[in-house]
Design a protein around this ligand. Structure first.
Ligand SMILES: C[S@@+](CC[C@H](N)C(=O)[O-])C[C@H]1O[C@@H](n2cnc3c(N)ncnc32)[C@H](O)[C@@H]1O
Length: 387
């Protein structure tokens, strides 16, 4: 099987975590870019990447790359590929352009030029032009122009891979599944330790943690991937790859706790936990985090407290200060991670973070703050160690 050049996209800040995942899955020639990681692998690897990567948004296959200095170059460059190898004239397609170049004023015109090149090639060869379907194309072509370099890529995933398929009910501010998985992987949590999310919303962090603990591939819940419509799709190979990945699932004894104040939101979390089939690993409860006291000596806390337009700064500072107090008094010996887009909230926690990781939630710059919660005073602890 010949090698494919893959470009796998993710959120800003998760590139290294994604590269680790790709390495563990068997990808080669790994290179880290902004919001993407490139690698090589065969067709089976591409299927596996779609099925098993937790921090990938889209797995794209490189078709060609060339230098552009004008729209004519772009048209000619796209024309050089034999598009009948990737779709039939009866199938639909769409072209999206990602522009990081001053060569064009906006991304619409280059997308149109590339679309014309593909459609014209079919017409030149046989008469008919394939139809464009922007919403549900059989083949999505991505034209990525950076300075004077153009890469033509095929989206093998289809809809973004954060849409795992287990989240039936969506709360107003749910965390993207990919971001939740990325945060958990960045935290370094290992399933032998209990994990607590005492503001769990629709349950994304507990569910993604359970999937990691039991090694359940995130693609398990997905109905389809775009590559299944490609002319060279190998159903037997795909089944084999999926079976191999599913064989890795383990019975995990992990203990994951999710708590949520709002009972309607908690009900959504329950439905999502059930849809993901991780009820045995995730224990949910309803109430204020101030009254949530699981009987645990050690563990990892990962929370995503509210932030944003709905909360007054005053209320937010009070909430974050209460979180800080709770962490200090009840969770000594734990490692706590707080993901927030509120600098005021972060300051109000009143604890000094040992780790600060810049991430984005959509366009909003956020921080993942890590706190090592020592038992007793930090200095006392060091002294005890030296004695
Ligand atoms: C940003 S959302 C968390 C979203 C969640 N990570 C998800 O994926 O759905 C913050 C959650 O904290 C909850 N919350 C706010 N105050 C709380 C409190 N005092 N105790 C427990 N939960 C609280 C809110 O109801 C909300 O669901």
């Amino acid at each position: 099987m010949s090698d494919l050049h893959l470009v796998i996209s993710t959120y800003a800040g998760l590139e290294e975590v994604l590269a680790d995942e790709i390495r563990a899955l068997g990808g080669r020639d790994i290179d880290i870019h902004t919001r993407a990681v490139s690698c090589t692998g065969d067709k089976g690897f591409m299927y596996k990447a779609n099925f098993s990567l937790r921090t990938a948004l889209r797995v794209m296959v490189k078709v060609s790359s060339f230098t552009v200095s004008s729209e004519e170059d772009l048209y000619k460059g796209v024309m050089e590929t034999d598009w009948s190898a990737y779709m039939s004239v009866e199938q639909t397609f769409a072209v999206r352009c990602i522009l990081n170049s001053r060569l064009f004023d906006n991304n619409l015109y280059p997308a149109l030029k590339a679309k014309d090149a593909i459609a014209d090639q079919f017409r030149n060869n046989g008469g008919a032009r394939p139809n464009v379907d922007k919403d549900h194309p059989d083949l999505e072509v991505i034209v990525f122009i950076s300075k004077d370099q153009c890469q033509v890529l095929l989206n093998s995933s289809g809809a973004s891979l954060h849409l795992r398929g287990y989240r039936k009910e969506v709360d107003k501010a749910p965390l993207s599944e990919v971001l939740a998985a990325g945060i958990i992987l960045l935290s370094g949590w290992e399933p032998h330790l209990p994990l607590v999310d005492f503001m769990c919303g629709s349950g994304t962090i507990p569910i993604e943690a359970a999937l990691i603990a039991a090694r359940i591939p995130p693609g398990t819940f997905r109905k389809s991937f775009a590559f299944e419509k490609w002319p060279d799709y190998d159903d037997e190979l795909n089944k084999l790859i999926k079976d191999k990945q599913l064989e890795r699932i383990v019975d995990s004894e992990v203990r994951i706790y999710g708590n949520e104040l709002n009972k309607y939101v908690l009900q959504k979390a329950r439905e999502n936990v059930e849809a993901a089939g991780v009820e045995d690993m995730v224990q949910l409860s309803c109430g204020d985090f101030r009254d949530f006291n699981p009987d645990l000596k050690r563990g990892v806390i990962i929370i995503n407290p509210p932030y944003g337009e709905k909360l007054e700064v005053d209320d937010m500072e009070k909430l974050y200060a209460a979180i800080g107090t709770k962490l200090k008094h009840q969770y000594a010996g734990f490692m706590a991670w707080i993901f927030t887009g509120s600098p005021e909230g972060a300051r109000a926690i009143g604890l000094r973070p040992n780790r600060r990781i810049k991430l984005f939630n959509g366009p909003l710059e956020c921080r993942l703050l890590g706190f090592e919660l020592f038992e007793g005073k930090k200095n006392e602890r060091h002294l005890k160690k030296e004695v």
